[in-house]
Design a protein around this ligand. Sequence first.
Ligand code: ASP
Length: 311
Amino acid sequence: MSNIAIAIHGGAGTITKASLTADQDKAFRAGLEKALLAGHNILKNGGDAMDAVELAVAYLEDNPLFNAGRGSVFTKEGKHEMDASIMCGKTLDAGSIAGVRNIKNPIKLARAVINHSDHVMLSSYGAEEFALNHDIEFAPERYFFNKFRYDQWTEIRDSDLFMLDHTENVDDKFGTVGAVAVDRESNVAAATSTGGMTNKRFNRIGDTPIIGSGTYANNNTCAISCTGHGEYFMRAVVAYDVSCLMEYKGYTLQQACEEVVLKKLVDLGGEGGLIAVSPAGDVALTFNSEGMYRASRINDEEPFVAIYREG
Ligand code: ASP
């Protein structure tokens, strides 16, 4: 029987042991494990990779600790604007939404774009109207209110700074959630969802909804979900570059991820990381930042959950 595998992330950045209390550390690990096991359960029961990544990401979107869905950061205007995308490695179908507001689970809307339209990407009001027509759940502004994120935003709201999530240093905070999986049929899929960057300009779009930058899946190579400073990930076309190194140069999954994240991105000045799986069930969790919230499970092996440079 072929391998099943799932990997998830909850953002990367200057996440050190000293930056989290023991309780926060525990809560992040528990949130990761819950989402991981939900997705893994689908694969274990013979379900498909698309369903597994969608569900794992929806769990992370529902957890206010992570910068996606409910835990999304504040924009310069004090609102929440979310981006998400999902891609199927078997068919190369892709669905993406950008700059949407009040959508409870943006990843479900991205999946609906595949299922109910001939388009790949919808943005802002158009995406919201599409959501209304396809029974996607909306949530009021107060659902997204989070004191911690509000305080993060008020610190810089009067400046031109915009920052990534998760750490204390304004310049190197990242937050986004993602999942990649391979199912029993050896089909791979990837999904990514984010609130973007704190104090981002209104309608600023990052790499998360850009197919090939923040998300990519192809049964010939791998499935990838990225997190980090989106502007660099877009310029480096990170997710597709990993796939290309495998497809055209014969790199292994690990080699391709290291080449892009540890060399190309570093040379460009881009901080962050990615998770990846291959159709054979290999998993890579590669980052050039201090830490990345991450978890993975292959077949029935023990779940791997980590935050800092550990394990
Ligand atoms: N990549 C996301 C963005 O630029 C942010 C993140 O991963 O934290 O919107």
